[in-house]
Design a binder for this molecule. Structure first.
Ligand code: DSN
Length: 414
């Protein structure tokens, strides 16, 4: 949190970091993919390990002087394997998208057919969006969610039988139901496809048993480390032993050069935290908070896609109110809440406008928010939606005050 040393040489950046700290402290963070990492994780991420080049794998490097980073990376791998009960873990991917890219490089060839969830239905860019490498170089067949906000597994099966993909991707950036990994595996088996599960959003829930695990069903499991898992920004790939060598090669030299050993150390620190009983309680509280928030929003008369949530997030469906996700995300920012606009199933609006707002509770749960705070957040959101057209300055001020009271009740990095 300290910017004293930066300040001596770069006041401009030090000022902006300080301002960002105040913004984070005084805002209710409901962006479903964000979280607040521990100071221990940040210390590792900001450590002298950033100075070291270590291409290759632990104990098989292309550079000398790796005796310390070898041990750090090995510890990170072992902790990831233990946490997720995974046969093999590669902790080098710089991000979730790069973890996914490495799986593509290993499992499919350009032009091959790949199935993934459509971005506007809750999938991820790297699951086959036309503007991403995955959509540009592969023949993508997308599945979506139905009006109930659920994956229609029979529809996925029919698509798979018709298009015979080599790789099926499950996992999402905006899906509030439990993912049935076994059903996906049965479909993959039927068409002889690999199965990849991207658990970036639900990683903490999977690690603690709050969501079923993709193991032993998935061939490859990718995740980010900075969402529910609460580590540094980065990715991990886990896989069956038979794919271990190929996946490692796909990461390096396939798509990356030198691993970020300072970030790998921070991943190791976060993974140790995630193996603790405190973290199990954290994951349980995420579910309790999300359910309470969804219930409050619905009691306040707002629609939620799928009428609730089974994980850490939900999507406000604004179609009935003729309001847009863009406007509501903006008014929420004015009252001290950050969330992002998001499409809803069969959204009449473009992805730049949308009819939904995605709301997640991992970050506020880290701050110590409990169910009673969720009720207050739900009421603030409902009020903000009501005044979004009039933009009543006095009411905005009052709501901003109520958000600040919650932030002060649960101080961050204090
Ligand atoms: N951008 C992330 C999210 O918000 O879900 C996905 O990588």
């Amino acid at each position: 949190m300290n910017t004293e040393i930066i300040r001596k040489t770069d006041k401009e950046i030090a000022d902006l970091i300080d301002k960002e700290l105040i913004r984070q402290q005084n805002t209710i963070e409901l962006i479903a993919s964000e979280n607040f990492t521990s100071e221990a994780v940040m210390e590792a991420a900001g450590s002298i390990l950033t100075n070291k080049y270590a291409e290759g794998k632990p104990y098989k490097r292309f550079y000398n002087g790796c005796e310390n980073v070898d041990k750090i990376e090995e510890i990170a791998q072992e902790r990831a394997k233990k946490l997720f009960n995974a046969p093999h873990a590669n902790v080098q991917p710089h991000s979730g998208a790069q973890a996914n890219m490495a799986v593509f490089l290993y499992a499919v060839k350009p032009g091959d057919t790949v199935m993934g969830m459509d971005l506007s239905n809750g999938g991820h860019l790297s699951h086959g969006s036309p503007v991403n490498f995955s959509g540009l170089y592969f023949n993508i067949v997308s599945y979506g969610i139905n009006e109930k906000g659920e994956i229609d597994y029979e529809e996925v099966r029919k698509l798979a039988i018709k298009h015979k993909p080599k790789l099926i991707i499950c996992g999402a950036s905006n899906y509030s139901k439990i993912i049935d990994f076994k059903k996906f595996k049965d479909i993959a088996n039927e068409v002889n496809a690999y199965l990849m599960a991207d658990i970036a959003h639900i990683a903490a829930l999977v690690a603690t048993g709050e969501h079923p695990s993709p193991f032993p069903y998935a061939d490859f499991v990718t995740t980010t480390t900075h969402k529910t898992l609460r580590g540094p920004r980065g990715g991990i790939i886990m896989c069956k032993e038979e794919h271990a060598q190929g996946i490692d090669k796909a990461v390096f030299p396939g798509i990356q050069g030198g691993p970020l050993e300072h970030i790998i150390a921070a991943k190791a620190v976060a993974l140790k935290e995630a193996l603790s009983d405190d973290f199990k309680n954290y994951a349980k509280q995420i579910i309790l908070n999300a359910k309470k928030l969804a219930q409050t929003l619905m009691e306040e008369g707002l629609d939620i896609v799928g009428n609730g949530t089974e994980n850490h997030l939900m999507t406000l469906d604004l179609r009935k109110l003729n309001k847009t996700g863009k406007d509501i995300a903006n008014i929420l920012e004015e009252v001290g809440i950050t969330a992002n606009k998001n499409t809803v199933p069969n959204d009449p609006q473009s992805p730049f406008i949308t009819s939904g707002v995605r709301i997640g509770v991992p970050a506020v749960t880290t701050r110590g928010f409990k169910e009673e705070d969720m009720i207050e957040i739900g009421k603030i959101i409902a009020e903000a939606v009501k005044i979004s057209d009039s933009k009543d300055i006095e009411k905005i001020k009052q709501l901003r005050e109520r958000s600040l009271i919650l932030c002060k009740k649960h101080p961050l990095y204090a």
